[in-house]
Every structure is written in C-alpha cells, then in structure tokens.
Design a protein around this ligand. Structure first.
Ligand SMILES: [Zn+2]
Length: 390
C-alpha cells in the first residue's frame, strides 16, 4: 500500500508511523491515525474479507487416469460447482520451502481445466439438472505427455517468476479463471469478474483509506481471511487479529483501560460484503420491498435475527455517509422463507462490542467462478466509505 509503512507483529510498536499496515497470513489491517491525541481517539473501521470460494491444490496432487495427468483439488467454501467447468485455469498462491521461507507466485497462464461431460454421454442432464460429485467430478486435467511432478513444475515456475526461486515443500494454491475482468453490456454498465465477492469491498476500503485525511478519529481497514469457511482462524474475523492490533495501538499510546473503553464506545464499523441483487429470471427470491437493484447504489443489509450486525443507529450512520458523498443507497432484508447468509459484521461486533453496519454492492452469480455487478456501484461504495472515514 503506497504511503503506508509495514509493521511486524514480531516487533515493538512504539513509534509506529501514522499510516501503517500489518499482515497476518491472508489478512491485512491498515490505518491512518487520528490527528492529535491518537491514543484516546475513537476508531472508524471498514471490514471486508479477502478470500473467495474455489478450488485449492492438495498437498499430494499428482494423479493419472485414462491418458490424462490430473491435479487433486480440495473445494474451498460454498462453490457454485458448475461454474468451474470448462474454464481455463491458472494457479496462484503461497509457496513455503523446508526452511519455512515463503514466496507468492502467480502463474498467469491457463494450465488446468475441469472438463464437463459431453451431452451425448449425459443425455438427460438438462432435464435432470447437473449433479456433480465433489470428489470425482471436479478433478482438473493439466497435461497428457508430461511426467514432471507438480511440485517440480511449480519450482521451475517460481524460478521464472520470483527473484530467488524456491523449492516448495508446502503450499496454499488456488486455481482461478485466467479470463480478465470485463466491463460488460451495450451501455458498459456492468462489471464481470471472478472474486467480486469480496475483492470489490477490499478495493473500495483500501481506496477510501488511501485518500483519508487526518481526522478526529483513527481510520482503519480490516481485511480478514477465511470468511467463506466460517471465519474461525488466526486470520479470520472470529480470531484475535483486529482486537490485538487495537490493543497494541492503545498500549503504544499509553492509553489507560477506562480511556480505551470510552474510545471503543465511540467507535463504529462498516462491514462491507457483496449483497444479492434481484435476478431478473428469479425475482420471486427477494422480498419485493427490500430488493436491491444493480447500479442503484450500495445496500444496507438488515436482519432482526442478527445474521447482519446493522442497527437502526448504524444504518443511519452509513446512510449519512452516502448522503455526504452524493451516493444513492438501498436496503436489503431477506424473505422470511429464504434465510440470508452472514458476514464478518456480527463477528467483529461480538468480539469488540463496536457498533457495526453491514453493507455491500449488489451482485448476481455470487460464488460463481465469474460474478457480475454494476460498475457504478463499485465506485459509489468507495465514495461512501471515503465519506465515512473522512
Ligand atoms: Zn462475501
């Protein structure tokens, strides 16, 4: 992040710069300190998640069958399985060697594919519906005449792409669709891409923070990992990462406990994660009075059963930020017979006791390998978050 200094969890935090960030695995927390007495200033936090459902390469992935080389994969999160068929897949992620040293690698080329069975061999698929066995039918092919083990191939790829190379022993690797994002529609009003959930919110949050001026509060962005699998990890929203960062900042400023709780009581959090726009082919899946439309602005998500953390007060807080930014805003409530998903909002609110509102850009095809949202909504979310952090 340009203009932000990285600080390490392993080092002492006295004298930490005003604009800084800290990483833990796939999570990142960044902040812009309040002007003046930072130790007692309340926080304004934007939370989001970095992970997306998809296919991950297993530790012993090498397989061969019927003249094909195949890669063993593990399904991560709530994948729309059919969306991964017949896509040209690249691979990216983290490599770790025997000594524990690590590098990030992105092989920006199509190297694998999960081929769908031909309709001639599956005659009633369109009537019966596609049924995919999670172990048998999602295994990608990645070569025919090639007997180099995956780990060895990976080492050559790393040597080409990373300065010092690495002999990977372990990895966390995702397959991904190599087709680039596209602005779509006759009026160019839509954005099609993999991982819109939740890279849109991560982008909007960091763009807003990068432009945040010093204010009476500390502006903070917390991007967590593992939301799609329940958030229970060292780098997930149920873990201690955000709490530890806030406590260490208070500690470095010498803020006594009573002042800390006063600052937290005056703090707030916007939890940003994409919402479901009304699908024109399935309008009956939404409550007609709380049905978000694409390119009509970010959505405030409300759920009385606390699947979302929004309260009337925090809804009003985000609504004010949208008004200040000149951004339209919508409201989502699920149908009583279609339960909604949840987000990191209730988790951080429960851990820290900070008043939270759940918001997000409306999209279609959530958890597909290629999702769809309104292009205007993405910029509007960034504007609204900038106004909130300002
Ligand atoms: Zn999400």
């Amino acid at each position: 992040m340009e203009g932000f200094a990285e600080v390490s969890e392993l080092e002492a935090w006295d004298g930490v710069p005003d604009r800084a960030f800290v990483r833990r695995g796939g999570a990142l927390i960044a902040w812009r300190s309040a002007a003046g007495s930072d130790g007692t200033a309340p926080l304004r936090i934007v939370g989001a998640h970095t992970d997306s459902p998809g296919l991950r390469i297993k530790p012993n992935p090498d397989g061969a069958r019927a003249g094909w080389r195949q890669l063993g994969v593990e399904i991560y999160g709530g994948v729309l399985l059919n969306s991964w068929l017949d896509r040209d897949l690249g691979v990216a992620g983290r490599l770790v060697d025997a000594a524990g040293d690590q590098v990030l690698v992105d092989v920006r080329e199509p190297i694998a594919r999960v081929p769908q069975l031909a309709i001639h061999l599956d005659r009633d698929v369109n009537e019966r519906g596609l049924v995919l066995d999670r172990q048998a039918h999602l295994t990608p092919v990645w070569a025919t005449d090639f007997d180099v083990p995956f780990a060895e191939w990976l080492a050559t790829q790393a040597a080409d792409r990373v300065a010092d190379g690495i002999e990977p022993e372990w990895w966390e690797l995702c397959l991904y669709d190599v087709q680039p994002a596209a602005v779509l529609g006759a009026d160019r009003s839509l954005l099609a891409s993999g991982r819109l959930d939740n890279q849109v919110s991560c982008w909007a949050a960091t763009a807003a923070l990068a432009r945040a001026e010093p204010a009476a509060h500390t502006a903070m962005v917390a991007l967590f990992d593992h939301e799609e699998v329940g958030s229970a990890s060292t780098s997930g929203a149920s873990g201690p990462f955000l709490e530890a960062v806030i406590a260490r900042r208070f500690g470095a400023a010498g803020t006594p406990p009573d002042e800390r709780y006063r600052a937290l009581a005056a703090s707030s959090c916007v939890s940003a994660d994409n919402a479901h726009a009304v699908h024109p082919n399935y309008p009956e899946r939404h409550d007609p009075d709380h049905a978000p439309l694409v390119n009509r602005g970010p959505v405030i998500k409300v759920n009385a059963n606390q699947r979302y953390a929004t309260s009337a007060e925090t809804a009003a807080l985000f609504h004010r930020a949208c008004t200040d930014a000149g951004v339209p805003v919508q409201t989502f409530v699920s149908r009583n017979n279609v339960p909604c998903g949840s987000t990191i909002g209730p988790l951080t609110a429960t851990r820290l006791g900070i008043a939270t509102v759940d918001v997000g850009v409306p999209q279609l095809s959530m958890h597909s390998a290629r999702e769809l949202c309104g292009a205007a909504d993405t910029a509007w979310l960034a504007e609204a978050l900038r106004a909130y952090l300002a």
